[in-house]
Ligand binder design. Structure first.
Ligand SMILES: Cc1cc2nc3c(=O)[nH]c(=O)nc-3n(C[C@H](O)[C@H](O)[C@H](O)COP(=O)(O)O)c2cc1C
Ligand SMILES: [Mn+2]
Length: 487
């Protein structure tokens, strides 16, 4: 059964032993971010901060974070047993998102319990953390859904784009080239219009999980959220624009982004998913908040980005692996597993193939690098055989150690890397959404064209020094009789 709202999700986490309530007073200014970081580093639970300094009497008093920072919680998000393995999460994500479920519109909902307009609009009514010391300000948009439409109004998009508070009613927002919000913004600019924007914070955990997922252009993320939760999203119309948000979400910010460059203000820097500060403060678009609606005693949700492995790396390893696998299946055959690596902030992608035709390895890299997804994903691509567990980094290193002949199997590809990748020095910055840099294909499969060798028992590659299947099968079947333990 789908989660009704953030509170339903928090209750479930608590029942499952996946939540800690922090009753101690915590400062929004750096302390809260550090507590979240330490919890992430300890692979700890989701956190509900109930007592945030300076916010004892504001409209919003609580902060929720580390929602899906463990695969056990991603499994719960999908209504699966907590111990569902990571590869199964990817499989379920792919299967469900292939059958979108359209949202339904309802008349009203809890997100309208409190409505602030005009001079009452005040973003400081919410306990928004300053996450890291070098951040340019308090970041209100870190794990939410930013809703926009194209000019015609046919395509509603929900993406996760960071926002920094400038003042009571303005945030700085990033609209990088190529992102779907950028397409909408460019259309509005072309039509000489400001772009309406609404931001939904705190709902079923699928909201940020899908907002940060690579959903194809033209597809509304609410349809995919419906598919993942196996129930349509109930949407309500915003007060001041034609955008729609989940009726039971905690907080909604409504307003618009101007297309006039003279309205831009400095935004950033911000600790990024690569684990570094790579975006300098720059003149960026401004979101003018004209109306805030929220629930009574709303819970603000956010996340700590930065050095992996954080919540965003966990959830995106699932949704990015699903997207890359979909892309490869569309373009080639024989892909058996995809792992967009959480520990490298998705720079490394490990792909398992059946190694059934010459060129297959190179096609993996060419297909990923030819896609726009490669701006952030897959700087380094490792391809392995079916006998190497693509979800086990130690096995990948073993394949790298013994199946790679550097001059043939390591291919350098010149081109671009994410503009958030510190391999590009600021002096060499090209400004746009990407930077100059090199990519790497590491072919860690058994060489395809080896002749058979008598020394290798008539095989093309040295046989594995591992007990034969038949004996292992027998031993496993009768494991208990050895009295060694259950594993
Ligand atoms: C915590 C977090 C913050 C993010 N911030 C930004 C951002 O500021 N700008 C951006 O372009 N993408 C950001 N992303 C990545 C986008 O959410 C992702 O590219 C998504 O696919 C964008 O939606 P779209 O495909 O509809 O454009 C962020 C992702 C996460 C998990
Ligand atoms: Mn989109």
């Amino acid at each position: 059964m789908a989660y009704q709202d953030l509170r339903d999700w928090i209750n479930t986490l608590e029942k499952e032993g996946e939540l800690s309530r922090v009753k101690e007073k915590v400062d929004w200014d750096l302390e809260l971010g550090a507590v979240v970081q330490e919890t992430l580093d300890r692979r700890g639970p989701a956190l509900l901060f109930e007592n945030v300094k300076d916010h004892e009497h504001t409209i919003g008093r609580k902060v929720f974070s580390n929602s899906v920072g463990a695969y056990s919680r991603v499994a719960l998000m999908l209504g699966l047993p907590k111990d569902t393995p990571y590869p199964d999460l990817i499989r379920v994500w792919r299967e469900r998102s292939a059958a979108p479920i359209k949202p339904v519109i309802v008349d009203s909902g809890p997100c309208k319990e409190v409505i602030l307009q005009g001079d009452d609009v005040d973003l400081f009514q919410f306990p928004v953390p300053k996450w890291h010391k070098l951040d340019g300000g308090r970041y209100i948009g870190t794990f939410d859904g930013v809703v926009t439409k194209d000019v015609v109004g046919d395509w509603m998009n929900v993406g996760l784009y960071r926002q920094m508070i400038h003042d009571r009613s303005h945030t700085g927002i990033t609209i990088p080239t190529g992102q779907h919000i950028w397409r909408h913004w460019r259309e509005h600019k072309g039509a000489g219009k400001n772009m309406p924007v609404s931001i939904a914070i705190g709902w079923d955990p699928v909201l940020p999980a899908v907002a940060c997922a690579p959903v194809p252009p033209g597809v509304c993320e609410y349809d995919i959220m419906g598919a993942l939760r196996q129930a349509p999203v109930e949407l309500v119309k915003c007060e001041t624009n034609d955008l729609y948000v989940p009726a039971s979400c905690e907080i909604v910010l409504e307003g618009e982004v101007s297309s006039d460059f003279s309205t831009f203000r400095d935004e950033g820097p911000f600790g990024e998913y690569t684990g570094y500060y790579c975006s300098v403060p720059a003149s960026r678009p401004v979101f003018h908040v004209k109306c805030i609606t929220c629930r009574k005693d709303p819970i603000f949700q956010g996340t700590q980005e930065g050095v992996p492995i954080n919540e965003d790396h966990i959830i995106s390893s699932v949704n990015h692996s699903a997207a890359i696998w979909d892309l490869l299946d569309e373009r080639m055959t024989g892909v058996k597993g995809v792992n967009v690596d959480k520990s490298t902030g998705w720079a490394n992608v490990y792909v398992q193939i059946d190694n059934s035709y010459y060129g297959q390895v190179h096609q993996v890299a060419a297909n990923i690098w030819s896609s726009g997804l490669s701006n952030m994903i897959g700087k380094n691509i490792f391809v392995v055989d079916e006998d190497v567990d693509v979800y086990d980094l130690e096995k990948i290193m073993w394949a790298f150690a013994y199946r790679v002949r550097p001059s043939e199997d390591i291919v350098k590809y010149p081109g671009w890397v994410s503009y958030l990748d510190p391999v590009a020095h600021p002096k060499d910055r090209i400004a746009a959404a990407v930077n100059k840099g090199e990519r790497l294909l590491i072919d860690a499969t058994k060489p395809f064209d080896n002749p058979k060798s008598a020394e290798w028992f008539g095989l093309k590659f040295a046989p594995l020094a591992y007990p034969d299947d038949e004996t292992m099968e027998k031993v496993r079947k009768h494991w208990k009789k050895y009295g060694i333990g259950q594993r």
